[in-house]
Ligand binder design. Structure first.
Ligand SMILES: Nc1nc2c(ncn2[C@@H]2O[C@H](COP(=O)(O)OP(=O)(O)O)[C@@H](O)[C@H]2O)c(=O)[nH]1
Ligand SMILES: [Mg+2]
Length: 359
């Protein structure tokens, strides 16, 4: 699962990226000088399991963050979108627009003034145009191919692409269209930009902390129809925070009135938007968090650990984290009747501790 940071040059992407990466397990840079980080998802519940089992290692869930190089102003004073850029954006499961609201005379804005609304509109419009162009081409191609092909898929795809095209033509991002599972699956290979879940992260300076709630409310109202989440953050302070030890960080956050770090807000929101949740496996060797989609069955969850566990699944031993902490051990959970054996159709809950029995 990968989220892409997208935005104009100097909006604070790389600063945010370094903030996130202070929590990362590895870094590598790809050819276009864009960087990808594997960020550990902090989880207090997993930490608490480790306190009980004292395992040789703890493995947190991870999420990949991709710092896509910014859109700069070219010689004719316009910000140009290139295909390389669009392709880099396509490669993500969810997008985070990083939008500049901070004022700083020494850092030029590629469009020469600070205006978060304009920057959001700019990105949304460019991405929508790209989708419309794609859908238009696809429509033409299907209409041509459908005459000479016996492929049933094209007959199903045609009305779907038409529906998307008419929606996008009315300047509505595709993420605001209701699609069923079948339709989502059919479109999954196309990487449509405005279909991706979107978070708009607005980068304020510390002097505006008191006004931020108001400001973000205005943006939310203005863009209430685009189906995005808004997160205000403070790239510069949060970067400083990420370099501190935990005690200092708590004091500092209190001083500034920051309730939740950007890292934790971003990860929490990504999980929500992508419909993700965690389950745990615990023991003296390893305590580990695994990421799955909501509504995964026990057998599907087992498959995330190992394909053999999926194929040779017998049953899952299940205790919810809350019960485990309440009773303190598996045997006490058994006595209390909260330890269960579940079959392969069992729907895994966020925070379940699983032990997969397999052949
Ligand atoms: N004053 C101020 N400067 C910031 C803030 N966020 C980022 N910057 C600075 O803006 C410049 C561009 O930031 P960077 O993260 O590299 O932007 P990117 O081009 O989007 O990756 C850097 O010099 C940052 O230190 C902020 O909230 N306040
Ligand atoms: Mg950068």
């Amino acid at each position: 699962m990968q989220i892409g940071l997208v935005g104009l040059q100097f909006s604070g992407k790389t600063t945010l990226f370094h903030t996130l990466s202070s929590n990362s397990s590895q870094t590598h840079t790809n050819k276009e000088e864009a960087a990808i980080e594997v960020v550990k998802v902090p989880d207090e519940r997993l930490d608490n399991c480790s306190k009980i089992f004292n395992p040789k290692k703890q493995v947190n869930a991870t999420i990949e963050v991709f710092d896509i190089p910014g859109l700069r102003m070219s010689d004719d004073n316009k910000v140009k979108i290139t295909n390389t850029f669009l392709n880099a954006v396509r490669n993500n499961d969810a997008l985070f627009y990083v939008v500049r609201a901070f004022k700083d005379e020494s850092i030029i804005h590629p469009m020469n003034s600070i205006d978060p609304s304009r920057d959001i509109e700019f990105l949304e419009t460019e991405f929508l145009f790209s989708d419309i162009a794609f859908l238009e081409n696809r429509l033409e191609k299907i209409k041509k191919d459908i005459l000479k092909s016996k492929d049933d898929r094209l007959k199903k795809e045609l009305p779907l692409i038409e529906k998307l095209f008419h929606h996008a033509e009315k300047e509505q991002p595709l993420r605001t269209l209701q699609l069923d599972d079948f339709e989502v699956k059919m479109l999954s290979g196309y990487q449509l930009l405005t279909l991706k879940p979107l978070v708009i992260a607005v980068n304020y300076d510390e002097s505006s902390i008191e006004n931020v709630d108001n400001e973000i409310e205005k943006l939310k109202n203005k863009f209430s129809k685009i189906g995005a989440e808004f997160i205000p953050f403070f790239a510069k302070i949060e970067y400083e925070l990420s370099q501190m030890n935990e005690d200092d960080r708590k004091i500092f956050m209190q001083d500034y009135g920051i309730k939740e770090s950007a890292l934790s807000k971003i990860l929490r929101t990504s999980y929500q938007m992508l419909g993700l949740q965690s389950f745990f496996t615990v023991g003296e060797d390893e305590c580990r968090a695994w990421t799955i989609k909501k509504n995964f069955t026990a057998q599907q969850a087992a498959g995330v650990i190992h394909t053999d566990f999926y194929n040779k699944f017998i049953r899952a031993e299940v205790v919810h984290y809350d019960d485990f902490i309440k009773y303190g051990s598996f045997s006490k959970c058994k006595d209390a009747g909260v330890w269960r054996l579940e079959g392969k159709e069992y729907i895994v809950k966020d925070g379940d501790i699983l032990n997969i029995r397999h052949n």
